[in-house]
Design a protein around this ligand. Structure first.
Ligand SMILES: Nc1ncnc2c1ncn2[C@@H]1O[C@H](COP(=O)(O)OP(=O)(O)O)[C@@H](O)[C@H]1O
Ligand SMILES: [Mg+2]
Length: 260
């Protein structure tokens, strides 16, 4: 297989758009849009400790699969926390699923987050005491879904990730790859608008990583919008678009293409 090549989104797309849009997705619906987003961490005395994001402009369209890369400390987690509504920008505008996040109070934001985003973590973060069926149904509990519906949807999500025959198992009875599949089922069960993954294959061997990435690529083909943080070029090559951060700014924003 040939190595994919990358080209800058902006130069490739400018001819297709009359609007001066940064990432050139002016014709498709934006799922997430950040405009001059800054994030400053303050010291207890109120002085600036770190300017983690220094002005991010980013538009992510429905159905995109995008990876966020960059050296340690470049602002990836800070950006993911904002995109995932776990934290708010210090300045700038951020909308998700067509809604301005700044206008929501904390309770509204956490409900909105639950309905809009599915999270997948490097360390799976399953609850060891619960079966995987119960683990997968947890987000539905917080959404007030009645128990019979929770279990039915949980089972369907586990079948979707190829774990239909493991529903009564506890996380420790499963391999790492199977645990990550269960975590992906948990992220999908609430039918989110965006799937966000922070180093989802970071704890897996390369064969298992490949099968998890196949699963994620399949979700993307079925229309899911996916945002993934990774250090790994091979993971990034499986995305359509790579955003690189450096020192709190976007250093590059490129489409990934494959030569025929
Ligand atoms: N809660 C925090 N308080 C203070 N500084 C932080 C906090 N979180 C991150 N930082 C700083 O912000 C910068 C960006 O961090 P982060 O977003 O975690 O980068 P990355 O995920 O790319 O490694 C770093 O300098 C980091 O030390
Ligand atoms: Mg990080």
């Amino acid at each position: 297989m040939q190595r994919p090549t990358r080209f800058p989104v902006q130069s490739a797309m400018t001819t297709m758009s009359s609007e001066p849009e940064h990432a050139g997705h002016a014709h498709t619906e934006a799922v997430a849009e950040l405009s001059d987003v800054k994030k400053i961490y303050y010291k207890p005395d109120g002085s600036v400790m770190v300017e983690a994001l220094k002005g991010i402009d980013l538009k992510i369209s429905r159905g995109e699969m995008i990876s966020v890369m960059g050296a340690s400390g470049s602002g990836k987690s800070t950006l993911m926390n904002i995109l995932g509504c776990l934290d708010r920008p210090t300045a700038g505008e951020f909308s998700l699923g067509g809604r301005q996040v700044a206008g929501m109070d904390d309770e509204e934001l956490s409900l909105f987050r639950g309905r809009t985003i599915g999270f997948v973590f490097q360390a799976f973060n399953l609850i060891p005491q619960l079966t995987i069926e119960e683990n997968v149904s947890v987000p539905l509990f917080y959404q007030g879904v009645p128990r019979p519906d929770r279990l039915r949807r949980s089972k369907a999500a586990l079948e979707q990730v190829g774990l239909g025959d493991r529903i009564g198992h506890r996380p420790r009875e499963l391999s790492g790859g199977q645990q990550q599949r269960a975590a992906i089922a948990r992220a999908l069960v609430g039918e989110p608008v965006v799937l966000m993954a922070d180093e989802p294959t970071g704890n897996l061997d390369s064969t298992t990583s490949d099968s998890i990435l196949d699963l994620i690529n399949g979700l993307h083909r079925d229309g899911m919008t996916i945002i993934m943080v990774t250090h790994d070029d091979e993971v990034a090559d499986r995305c359509q678009r790579v955003v690189r951060l450096r020192d709190g700014l976007i250093e590059s924003d490129q489409a990934v293409t494959r030569r025929a």
